[in-house]
Design a protein around this ligand. Structure first.
Ligand SMILES: Cc1cc2nc3c(=O)[nH]c(=O)nc-3n(C[C@H](O)[C@H](O)[C@H](O)COP(=O)(O)O)c2cc1C
Length: 351
């Protein structure tokens, strides 16, 4: 309520990207304040045993995480976790630093509770991110690392570029994500075609398998894939022994500014893709659902449909800083109301 007022009266009057950078800076500062960080973490992070889930050998204190694109440079994962997220996916990080697209490139669609972005993987590159990820953390935060292709690298050299990013970052990640689904790097989504995806995932998997703890590997797909292509990626992921699929990225099916649309309008397609993946793969892969998650009902629906983990980004923009903490609290109640001991028991119940 309070945040809604602040958002409508103050935040929305400022440039969306300026607010974004300010928020990242505040959370980076919080990440460096041990006492405050710990206090917030104690008050807001998921601690209820009913919320714990395990996936690909990693233990998550709660199933709701922050999707990629907010903490592009791995600058503030601890601050984010202190606000109540169960895990944080940083990135997309590319092998080489790049500025992204010219501004403006981030647009709120307040009436639809949506956002359009054409950021274009603005980030300081894999080496800079690795330096940040190496800093010792004082909070137990699960950090996934999402990698993408450097814009100037041609498609024919994409595999080597992803491999370079993976070599630098896989040893520092709790899980690694190959992002082939952002609409703002020309040609990137072509890599979702199985003929190109197979050599790419095979090469990155070799790197991920070679780290001291074997880094789990997932692929992130677009909601705009045709159903048969969703099935084909699912089959490939199972065949190659991937750990999971993140579905979905933003959609280009909209009439607004050029870029990817996220938030409420993405909800139904994202759920549809999740259901399709579950039907195709059963429990052979961990499914991570993203796209239009706004409240505890959405999170519950995704879990019942087969998602072990759920991610949100746009819902947090409109829901306010305590969004994840609130949802986790309500989710724990929901689990008990259904007579279950933990969220894990609910995964796939309606699939
Ligand atoms: C501003 C913005 C930037 C994003 N950047 C990335 C990115 O760099 N890499 C990525 O895989 N997804 C990125 N995404 C997509 C989100 O991770 C997520 O898949 C998508 O927004 C759907 O979730 P939502 O409806 O909860 O926002 C971005 C989304 C937004 C809104």
């Amino acid at each position: 309520m309070m945040y809604r007022l602040v958002f409508m009266q103050v935040l929305r009057r400022f440039d969306a990207e300026a607010v974004h950078h300010l928020t990242v800076s505040a959370l980076a500062l919080l990440s460096r304040l041990p006492l405050l960080k710990r206090l917030l973490h104690r008050a807001l992070a998921p601690h209820d045993p009913a919320l714990r889930v395990s996936a690909f050998g990693v233990h998550f204190p709660g199933p709701l995480g922050l999707a990629a694109g907010f903490d592009k440079d791995a600058a503030c994962a601890e601050g984010i976790a202190a606000l109540g997220f169960g895990f944080v996916e940083v990135g997309t990080i590319t092998a080489h630093a790049q500025p992204g697209n010219p501004r403006p490139r981030l647009f709120r669609q307040v009436g639809e509770r949506a956002v359009i972005n054409r950021m274009g993987f603005n980030n300081a590159g894999a080496v800079a991110a690795a330096r940040r990820l190496r800093r010792t953390r004082s909070l137990p935060v699960v950090v996934g690392v999402n990698i993408g292709k450097t814009k100037v690298v041609p498609e024919s050299e994409a595999v080597a570029d992803y491999v370079a990013g993976a070599r630098t970052l896989a040893p520092l990640a709790d899980y690694l994500v190959v992002n082939v689904s952002s609409p703002n790097t020309p040609g990137l989504r072509n890599l979702q075609a199985v003929s190109l995806l197979r050599p790419l995932l095979t090469a990155v998997k070799e790197v991920a398998d070679g780290t001291p703890r074997r880094t789990p590997l997932l692929v992130k797909i677009a909601p705009d894939l045709a159903d048969e292509d969703v099935d084909a990626v699912a089959d490939l992921a199972v065949e190659l022994g991937l750990d999971g699929i993140i579905a979905t990225n933003t959609t280009i099916r909209h009439k607004g500014e050029t870029g990817g649309l996220s938030g409420r309008p993405l909800k139904s397609r994202s759920l549809e893709v999740l259901r399709r993946l579950r039907a195709k793969t059963g429990d052979r892969l961990t499914l991570v659902s993203a796209g239009g998650v706004e409240d505890v009902d959405d999170v519950w629906e995704r879990i019942l449909a087969g998602a072990t983990l759920v991610q949100g980004y746009t819902g947090w923009i409109y829901g306010g800083p305590l969004w994840a903490a609130r949802i986790h609290r309500q989710l724990a109640r929901r689990v008990r109301r259904h007579g279950l001991k933990s969220v894990a028991e609910a995964v796939g119940r309606t699939a």
